[in-house]
Design a protein around this ligand. Structure first.
Ligand SMILES: [Zn+2]
Length: 115
């Protein structure tokens, strides 16, 4: 489960961010963006988070995940269609001249700290 190492990295990143900001309150919540095409399972990530957070600055933190969809743009018919999974052809005209946009992000968007 590579979500464990991803989660580890996210926890590290969040702790480093907070230390760098000089704030000392407990971390209440972290907001993540995980694109549908990033290959990361949000369920596994939540599971990993609960497993890893004890003993870290994120012990009491909640993890909120936004899961933006990707878009398939077709150069043949100019259709722009939201997709959950990779596609090989345009969902509208079934042409193969397409570009997949977005959906691959894996970001720590924000950290909420208790005052
Ligand atoms: Zn098309």
């Amino acid at each position: 489960m590579h979500e464990l190492s991803i989660c580890n990295a996210l926890i590290e990143e969040a702790q480093n961010e907070v230390r760098r900001s000089g704030r000392t309150g407990r971390i209440r919540r972290i907001d993540l963006t995980i694109g549908r095409l990033s290959g990361v399972s949000c369920d596994s990530l939540r599971f990993a988070f609960d497993l890893l957070k004890p003993g870290t600055d994120l012990e009491d933190a909640r993890m909120a995940i936004a899961e933006p969809k990707a878009t398939c743009y077709c150069r043949t018919c100019n259709a722009r269609v939201e997709i959950d999974d990779y596609v090989m052809q345009c969902p509208e005209c079934f042409g193969g001249n397409i570009a997949i946009e977005g959906g691959r992000d894996l970001l720590l968007e924000s950290i909420e700290i208790e005052d």
